[in-house]
Design a protein around this ligand. Sequence first.
Ligand SMILES: Cc1cc2nc3c(=O)[nH]c(=O)nc-3n(C[C@H](O)[C@H](O)[C@H](O)COP(=O)(O)O)c2cc1C
Length: 380
Amino acid sequence: MTSLSQIQCLEDFKRLAKRKLPGFAFDYIEEGCNDDCAIRRNRRVLDEVLLEPHYLTSYREPDTQVNLFGKAYASPFGIAPLGLSGLIWPNASIMHARGAKQANIPFVLSTVATISIEQAAKEAGDNFWFQLYPPADRGICIDLMQRAWQSGCRNLVVTLDVPTPSRRIKAIKSGLSVPPKVSVSNVLQAACRPHWSMATLKQGMPEFANLTPYMGDAANNMQDAANFIRTTMRDVVDLHYLQWIREHWQGNLIVKGVLGVADAKDLALLQVDGLVVSNHGGRQLDAAASPLEVLTDIKQLVAEDLLLMADSGIASGVDVARYLAMGAEAVLLGRGFMYAVAAKQQIGVHHYIELLQIELQQVLSQLHCNDVQSLIKHLG
Ligand SMILES: Cc1cc2nc3c(=O)[nH]c(=O)nc-3n(C[C@H](O)[C@H](O)[C@H](O)COP(=O)(O)O)c2cc1C
C-alpha cells in the first residue's frame, strides 16, 4: 500500500496507476499516436524553456489567482476534457469535478465522458465547463448546448483537432475501441487487477452518459451504440460550423486544438472568446508542433482579442510556470489527472492538485515573481 507521502510527482502517480490498471486501460491514457514523436517533442520543448530569477527585486508571498472569463480561480490550471473516463475508474469524472470544485479550478467535461452534463454541473458548480465534439446532427448539437447552458455552464470548449480517429497502435492491437473487443488477453489483464475489476463490475459497463438520450434502442447494444457515434456524432468542424455554433451559444466560446497562426486568425475574426493551443497531448498528429513552439506567434496575433490557454505535456507546477512564461494565461492537464484517479481515486485528485499548487508556489518564490501574470517577465 503506497501512502500519499510517497507520491510526490506525476511519475509516482503513473507508476502506481500502472500497478492498478489492466494494461489496455493504462495504455489508453499513456499512448500518443503512431510513433509517439509528438509526446516526446512536447517534453523536449518544455525542458528547453528556462526561467530567470530576479533575486534583487522586492518579494512577497506569490499570488496564483487568475481571472478567466469573469471568474476568479485559485490557480492557473484546470482539468482537461477526458473521454471514456469511466474506463480508468468508475466515476472518475465525478472525482475530477469534486476535486476542481474544492480547489476552485476549472473542470472541463468531455462530450464523451461517462457522466452526464447534469451530473457534472451538480458536482462542479460554476467550475464546470463543457467540451463539445460537434455532432453531425445539428439538433443534437443544439440540445447538448442547451443542456449545458441550463445546467449553468457558461464556457463551451469546442474541440477542433479530431477530424479523424488517430492511429494508436497499442489500442488497435488490444481492441480498445467502441465497441471494445473482449479478447483473452484483455480478460487476463483485468483478472490481474482485482481492485479495478471489482470496482468496474460493481458500477457496470461505462457508457457515454451525455449521448444515451439520443440513442434510443441503440443504447442497449454496444455495436449499435458504436454505429450511432460513428455516424451521428462525427462531423468536420470547419469555419461554417463554428460560425453556426457562435450564433447559437451565448456564453464564452473557446476553441481547443489550435496549432497555427492561420486558424487563430480566422477564429479571432469569428469572435470566439478563447483558444486552447494544444496538440491533444500528442494523441492526434504525430508530426505536430508542441504548443509552446507556436504560442508566441499566436499570442502576438490575437492576444488583444481573446484569452489564450494551452495544454499538452504538462506534468508539474514548473511546467505550468513554463507555459505561462511563454504567454498562456492558463493551462489544462489531461493525463496527470487520469493517473491520479487510477492511483488513488478521489484523494489522488486532491493530492495532485495540491502538489501542482505547491510546486507552482515554490517556483514563483524561487524566481521572486509575485504573481502568475508576471511570469512572462521571467522567461530566460
Ligand atoms: C485519455 C485521454 C482522453 C482524452 N479525451 C479527450 C476528449 O474527449 N476531448 C478533448 O477535447 N480532448 C481529449 N483529450 C485531450 C486532453 O483534453 C488534453 O488536450 C491532453 O490530454 C493534454 O495533454 P496531457 O495529457 O499531456 O496533459 C484526451 C486526452 C487523454 C489522455
